[in-house]
Design a protein around this ligand. Structure first.
Ligand code: ZN
Length: 160
């Protein structure tokens, strides 16, 4: 039976919990589909899936460095309010696309003062140890097109 390795397209169901056991995210109905070996999913989870077969279930704990990275205080920045031209109302929790040295990035508004906005560019799950319950649903060979694109196509994958 096929096992998970580079250039396989893998479908799996998952439940993601934080350290306190609260469910943060889960696959609803349709499994998540990814191309193995193409960094489509976080490194800690991809590593844990190597060699697994259809029907296997696993519990994986992923440390921040193998997940969404450590929380970086440098990613929290104060920016002048006039950079938000055309936005009438800004409040904590709002998300904006920002052009950074690393390309387009989502930043979350943390605080608002009269002259400036404090934004946080950390991933919402940065610095967190993550617990995944995973069940492998399907494993197949990637098509040549999927390999050239670096992601899975079809149900649960990219459509274009
Ligand atoms: Zn594609």
């Amino acid at each position: 039976m096929t096992d998970i390795q580079k250039d396989k397209v893998v479908s799996f169901h998952y439940t993601l919990k934080d350290e306190s056991g609260t469910v943060i995210d889960k696959s609803e109905g349709q499994p998540l589909v990814y191309l193995h070996g193409a960094s489509n999913i976080i490194p800690g989870l991809e590593k844990a899936l190597v060699g697994k077969k259809v029907g296997d279930t696993l519990n994986v704990t992923v440390e921040p460095e193998e997940g969404y990275g450590e929380y970086s205080a440098e990613a929290v920045q104060e920016v002048p309010r006039n950079l938000f031209q055309g936005v009438d109302h800004i409040e904590p929790g709002m998300q904006f696309q920002a052009q950074t040295d690393d390309g387009m990035q989502v930043v979350v508004v943390k605080d608002v003062t009269e002259d400036s906005i404090i934004v946080d560019g950390n991933h919402p799950l940065a610095g967190q140890r993550l617990n995944f319950d995973v069940q492998v649903v399907e494993i197949r060979d990637a098509t040549a097109e999927e390999l050239s694109h670096g992601h899975a196509h079809g149900a649960g994958g990219h459509h274009h």
